[in-house]
Design a protein around this ligand. Structure first.
Ligand SMILES: [Zn+2]
Length: 563
């Protein structure tokens, strides 16, 4: 393979071609130092007292990262793709550093999965001028230099021996430094876990390998059916009309900013009215399954629960498959970047193609669009009922754009912005905290509007109805320098895992369920999580299966009667 650089050598100054190992070391040095500025900054900030010991600790960490990077480059970078690989690595470390520094995120397998599943709208929300400048300094300039360097051509056998030799040498250096600084090194890594996910580009290589291994394992396994014995149960004496339940999957709404959760600002005034009238229950202590959409949304519909899900590679059916099997009609309406596989086997529709000017601009719609199209979609669904039998009931999932960041201000129509002034930038740290919070709270307030409009519409339906709302995960709004979400669960702050959940239940459905008028409202203070959603929803939908676990059913106390 020849590179443009070989022609440049004929210019007035004849450049000596690099030895391949020297050039790899130059790259390793750049990636370690300039490519890890957020890591070095974070390590430096661990203490105010910078003495000889902290300096030595920092030098040891630099040597460790340099040697791991050298091992990685020696094993992975070979002549056929040396130059493109260098560019990819420069882009990786620069982009990682930019997001770590800007939003305080770290790079782990779920963050990587989220990144790979992103769409144009989400990417557009992240673009900024400062990002362009960072990419120019971190990728374009060094990349241009890297691409132009002439390299000696060594015989394949000799290069192989040299590069593997360099890998072994670097490994020995790393082991020696870790051994010499073990106490310091291990306590730093133990006490400051996010640091592990800040080491570029090792975090990305590790996350990519984990993801690939998981996906390969998953692709080879057949889909496991669950709830094959699922049937509808209707208590004797209750009305027989088929219920309609709307499940609203919220996005990035944390309980801390939800009016009903006791937030100082009443961001949910309309839901509060419903609660005061005794029609709605707010669950005060709900934990999310993950800290990002990619993990949380599939987990919410899974029978497995958070801990089992984290280890699981087997592809299972989910709650929607079980409801459909029991005879319910299911519809997923999506105003976000897709259902993450949850709606693969049920009727589903995305709002992406809709161009309704009242709700949509630039290929993006406010969540209200889902409620606008719901009646006609529902009519289509019920008309197309393939079995021809009277449906046992209908479940509609509305997947919100909610409070998707960092461009919170894009989530609310102009006439719904009650808190001013708003941060109108995706560069959150350039805005005063109060403006970020204003933009975020406006989006919560808009969700309050969406939910109460949903209830209003459900009340107009001549059948038993209910609405369950639960957010997929929370968000950091600058607490401890953290923004957005996606922290590995074990180290995630409560802002990212404590989510709001609310249930509105119509009187006809309440009597169809045979529930005591107060029972379901008494369950609100128990500590529950997304693990409870699968089992509780089965009860709400009156579907019976041996896969139901009453210990994970929020409503088990209400249904404790003989079947
Ligand atoms: Zn999400």
């Amino acid at each position: 393979m020849t590179f443009p650089s070989s022609d440049v050598a004929s210019a007035a100054v004849v450049r000596r071609p690099w030895h391949p190992l020297s050039l790899l070391l130059v790259l390793a040095l750049w990636l370690t130092t300039m490519g890890n500025l957020p890591l070095w900054r974070a390590l430096w900030a661990l203490t105010d007292d910078h003495n000889l010991r902290s300096w030595l600790g920092l030098v040891a960490m630099v040597l460790i990262v340099l040697s791991i990077t050298t091992v990685l480059l020696s094993l992975l970078v070979w002549p056929g793709w040396r130059k493109p690989a260098g560019l990819v690595l420069l882009l990786t470390v620069t982009a990682n550093s930019y997001f770590m520094q800007t939003y305080g995120v770290v790079i782990d397998p779920t963050m990587m999965a989220n990144t790979l599943q992103t769409d144009v709208r989400e990417v557009r929300d992240l673009l900024s001028w400062s990002m362009l400048v960072v990419l120019a300094l971190g990728v374009a300039l060094p990349g241009w230099w890297w691409w132009r360097q002439p390299v000696q051509k060594l015989p394949v056998g000799r290069l192989l021996v040299r590069q593997l030799g360099l890998a072994i040498l670097a490994l020995l250096v790393m082991l020696t430094v870790v051994w010499a600084s073990f106490q310091n090194f291990s306590s730093t890594m133990r006490n400051h876990k996010p640091l592990r996910y800040m080491v570029n580009p090792i975090n990305t290589v590790y996350a990519g390998a984990r993801l690939l291994a998981g996906q390969t394992a998953r692709a080879q396994l057949p889909l496991q059916r669950i709830g094959e014995d699922a049937v509808m149960v209707r208590p004797a004496g209750a009305t027989t009309s088929a219920p309609l339940i709307v499940l609203v999957v919220g996005e990035t709404v944390r309980a801390a900013n939800f009016g009903l959760a006791g937030y100082a600002r009443d961001t949910t005034p309309q839901l509060r009215q419903l609660m005061e009238r005794g029609e709605l229950a707010y669950f005060t202590d709900v934990s999310s399954c993950g800290t990002n959409t990619q993990v949380s949304v599939p987990c919410m519909f899974s029978h497995l629960g958070r801990e089992a899900n984290a280890k699981n590679v087997t592809p299972y059916e989910n709650l929607l498959d079980v409801l459909q099997r029991a005879g319910m009609q299911v519809l997923w309406l999506d105003n976000q970047s897709g259902c993450k596989g949850v709606c693969d086997r049920v009727p589903n529709a995305s709002t992406l193609q809709l161009k309704d000017p009242a709700f949509c601009t630039d290929g993006e719609c406010f969540d209200g669009i889902m409620l606008r199209v719901l009646p006609e979609r529902l009519a289509q669904l019920e008309k197309a009922n393939p079995t021809g039998k009277v449906s046992a009931g209908t479940v509609v999932v509305l997947h919100q754009m909610g409070n998707h960041g960092p461009a919170y201000y894009k989530r609310t129509p102009a006439d719904m912005k009650v808190y001013q002034p708003e941060c109108r930038s995706n560069m959150l740290q350039n805005c005063p905290v109060q403006q970020i919070v204003n933009a975020y709270d406006n989006a919560v307030h808009y969700t309050d509007h969406l939910l109460s409009e949903t209830v209003r519409w459900l009340k107009s339906q001549p059948r038993p109805t209910a609405m369950l709302y639960v957010s997929d995960h929370g968000e950091s709004l600058g607490e401890n320098g953290l923004y957005l979400h996606g922290m590995p669960y074990m180290m995630a702050p409560k802002e990212q895992t404590h989510v709001p959940m609310a249930l509105w239940l119509s009187k006809p459905l309440q009597s169809q369920l045979g529930w005591d008028a107060t029972c379901w409202k008494k369950q609100v203070n128990h500590a529950v999580s997304h693990d409870h959603l699968f089992h509780s929803f089965l009860t709400l939908a009156q579907v019976k299966t041996s896969w139901h676990k009453s210990e994970l059913d929020v409503f088990s106390a209400c249904t404790a009667r003989t079947p």
